[in-house]
Design a protein around this ligand. Structure first.
Ligand code: ASP
Length: 349
């Protein structure tokens, strides 16, 4: 009996040791979020708006961090956090999206699983509450990678996703932004969308000169990477215009062992520079670190083309970084090793 007990405790000790060893070796989780880049400068955000944006970023980060710490996959967390940001009218995704020149909200989103490099994307949605979930459904439940417009909406409805009236996405602030933009262009102002609430007077600060797209990159405790991006696009875009956010390799990319990227900025340039895939290619082939690779693409290549905006990148080791060539970018990060960091302005780098 004594011998047995001795064997048992020895075995237990070995198990505990190897379990803790495994834990020490287990990859740690990390998450980085953006809420858009642009002309966001100290002085053009009032204290209340700034506090509210920081609080939203902190809340989204906290939900993502908790999910990862509790063992959710990076793919699950990317969807979960982006859904929160899509519901937050402060960001240009889902509710709070910017308007097209003809006064509609057309939503784009994409998601990619670094483990398998499976990807899903949707463009030009007007009735799906959570475009990121529609992108995930395309990836998981269809043989396709990208669906657009009414076909994508019918598919989302079939998948049981929440369908809303287009007026659900209306916000007075974004409408005022459209009116301002079209006035500056000397273009006609479309009628207020059907179902929009009665006009309220809203103070429009220069803050509108930002992008506001949302994106998440994450690494889970299995070491798997995922990335996702969701947007209303750019203010006053022509109807039917599609930016980089739903374009795999431009606005979003994820590949295990390499990196996960989500971008925000002037989408036409991000498509032309194949931003997300180019950053991953530099890391994979040139063996650059995530910061160096992202800086080269965002600060050199994009700038040479005339593109403005930024990216968040999750390295294979859980090193979440950002790079942007605009005065500000709403951003946040946390990992198993380092506490939450929320930042807006360039000098917070
Ligand atoms: N990249 C987005 C687009 O061009 C806009 C943004 O990031 O806010 O559609």
């Amino acid at each position: 009996m004594k011998i047995r007990a001795g064997w048992l405790s020895a075995a237990l000790a070995v198990w505990v040791l190897s379990a803790s060893g495994a834990q020490a070796r287990a990859p740690e989780w990390a998450i980085t979020i953006h809420g858009g880049a642009g002309v966001i400068e100290r002085g053009n955000l009032d204290a209340q708006t700034e506090a509210s944006l920081r609080a939203s970023l902190a809340q989204a980060l906290q939900a993502g961090a908790q999910g990862l710490a509790n063992g959710k996959t990076s793919l699950e967390v990317v969807e979960l956090v982006i859904r929160m940001l899509e519901d937050d009218p402060q960001f240009n995704a889902g509710r709070g999206a910017v308007f097209t020149a003809d006064g509609r909200n057309e939503l784009d989103a994409s998601i990619m699983d670094g483990r398998t490099r499976a990807a899903g994307a949707v463009a030009g949605l007007t009735t799906v509450r959570h475009p990121i979930s529609a992108a995930l459904a395309v990836m998981q439940h269809s043989p396709h990678v990208m669906m657009t417009g009414t076909g994508a909406e019918a598919f989302a409805a079939q998948q049981g996703l929440e369908i809303v009236d287009p007026a659900f996405f209306f916000t007075e602030r974004r409408w005022a932004g459209l009116v301002k933009e079209l006035t500056a262009q000397g273009a006609p102002i479309p009628p207020r969308p059907a179902g929009a609430p009665a006009e309220q007077h809203t103070q429009l600060l220069d803050v509108e000169r930002k992008f506001g797209t949302v994106g998440v990159v994450a690494r889970d405790t299995h070491g798997d990477l995922a990335a996702g991006t969701s947007t209303g696009g750019t203010t006053g875009k022509r109807w039917g215009r599609v930016g980089d956010s739903p374009v795999i390799g431009a606005g979003t990319y994820a590949q295990n062992g390499v990196c996960a990227v989500s971008a925000t900025g002037s989408g036409e340039f991000f498509i032309r520079a194949a931003v997300a895939k180019s950053i991953c290619a530099r890391i994979e082939l040139k063996k650059e670190g995530p910061q160096r690779a992202a800086d080269w693409i965002v600060q050199k290549d994009l700038v040479a083309l005339g593109g403005d905006g930024g990216v968040i990148v999750m390295g294979a080791a859980g090193d979440g970084i950002w790079s942007f060539n605009t005065p500000g970018m709403y951003r946040a990060r946390a990992s198993a090793k380092s506490g939450p960091e929320i930042a807006i302005y360039q000098d917070e780098r």
